[in-house]
Design a protein around this ligand. Structure first.
Ligand SMILES: [Zn+2]
Length: 374
């Protein structure tokens, strides 16, 4: 099947779980169109959110009435401030911190900045040796090093919610509306997040034979019966916020001290420099995704920018061609050093995940470090 692109933005048909309508339009554009024609009743949504908050305030057996999962990035800052200042909630921020070898100075500074806005925060760090081993498993077996770390990032706040008896967890935006990736319902319900594309099934498939589920406790969601007994509610805040977008959140967060990246799109495959600031290896993962699915972060950013009226589809296509999937060799070198693998292993493994239905090999192409054929 050739790759199909949304006729209004540049969303590709290779995105997992995306379904285009009969006119070849992606679900994000359908949703954005409905917003323009004001078919979304934002007042009704706000009333629904208020009811969710009231329930949590009544149900909580803690000082806190909700949890916001944070990395210190733009979306987490926006959610934390919104929950506290606009919804009148008392949120506990929960973060899973990267090991010292992985976290960037920028990430540490941004998380400190968020906490200094006046929040209580629980930060949990996991055994760095197992963390690295699972990343290596994810890279070699799935071409995706962050499978295990994503699992921990999602599971830890749920463990904290149960342990502290906090009944409500807030998340960012339903991915069905931002990138067109549908899991569960098309509303503010985030309870099906654990069935998400990259974390479905949990970490069992990644665990080396000498690692027990006990050793990897925080990579697993709590068992269903514990989650049911806790009667947790999980809610996408973005669904209730008409002004929610990556770009708006970044502007909001930068006004409150968030620092963006200084590298160029040519180095990072990132047009704006305010995504995934807490570590650099996600840039490598976007490159791997680019080999597998034919798109990276620039595609996501261009789709959002087209829908926000910031660029035309033609302008967006040029940026995608120019910058999508870019990853400077220095990031790859550091990634290999961290995982303790050779660069040769990196390139051989990456090539195994290149999708031959998307990519054509140019006979004249010779491969060398940091290069890729298109
Ligand atoms: Zn679209």
């Amino acid at each position: 099947m050739p790759v199909q692109f949304c006729t209004l933005c540049v969303n590709p048909s290779t995105r997992p779980n995306i379904v285009f309508n009969k006119d070849g339009v992606c679900p994000v554009c359908v949703f954005e169109e409905s917003k323009k024609h004001e078919t979304v009743d934002w007042d009704a949504r706000r009333a629904e959110l208020r009811a969710i908050c009231e329930r949590a305030k009544r149900k909580t057996r803690s000082t806190y009435d909700c949890i916001v999962t944070v990395s210190g990035g733009k979306d987490s800052l926006r959610q934390a401030v919104f929950a506290r200042d606009e919804l009148g909630m008392n949120p506990l921020l929960v973060s899973c911190v990267y090991p010292p070898e992985q976290v960037t100075d920028l990430g540490a500074a941004n998380l400190s900045n968020l906490v200094e806005l006046g929040f209580d925060t629980v930060s949990l760090g996991l055994n760095p040796q197992l963390w690295k081993r699972l990343m290596r498993e994810g890279f070699f077996r799935f071409g995706n090093w962050c499978k295990s770390t994503e699992m921990a990032l999602y599971a830890i706040p749920v463990h904290v919610a149960i342990a502290y008896q906090i009944p409500l967890l807030f998340y960012g935006e339903n991915p069905a509306f931002t990138i067109g990736e549908k899991h569960g319902r098309l509303d503010g319900d985030a309870s099906r997040l654990k069935q998400g594309n990259t974390i479905a099934g949990g970490p069992a498939a990644l665990l080396p034979s000498d690692v027990t589920p006990q050793d990897s406790y925080f990579y697993f969601y709590p068992p269903d019966h514990e989650m049911d007994a806790a009667r947790l509610e999980m809610t996408y805040l973005g669904y209730y916020m008409p002004e929610w977008s990556g770009r708006n959140n970044a502007i909001f967060a930068m006004e409150r001290g968030l620092k963006p990246r200084h590298e160029t799109p040519e180095q990072t495959g990132d047009l704006w420099g305010f995504s995934c600031l807490d570590e650099d290896f996600s840039i490598v993962n976007q490159f791997l995704k680019f080999l597998k699915l034919g798109f990276g972060r620039v595609t996501d950013q261009v789709c959002e920018a087209i829908n926000a009226g910031l660029m035309t589809r033609e302008e967006g296509l040029k940026l995608v061609e120019q910058f999508d999937g870019k990853c400077d060799a220095t990031f790859i070198r550091r990634f290999c050093a961290y995982l303790e693998i050779s660069e040769d292993d990196f390139w051989k493994t990456s090539e195994q995940f290149r999708n031959p239905q998307i990519w054509k090999t140019d006979a004249k192409t010779t491969w060398s470090e940091g290069e890729r054929a298109q």
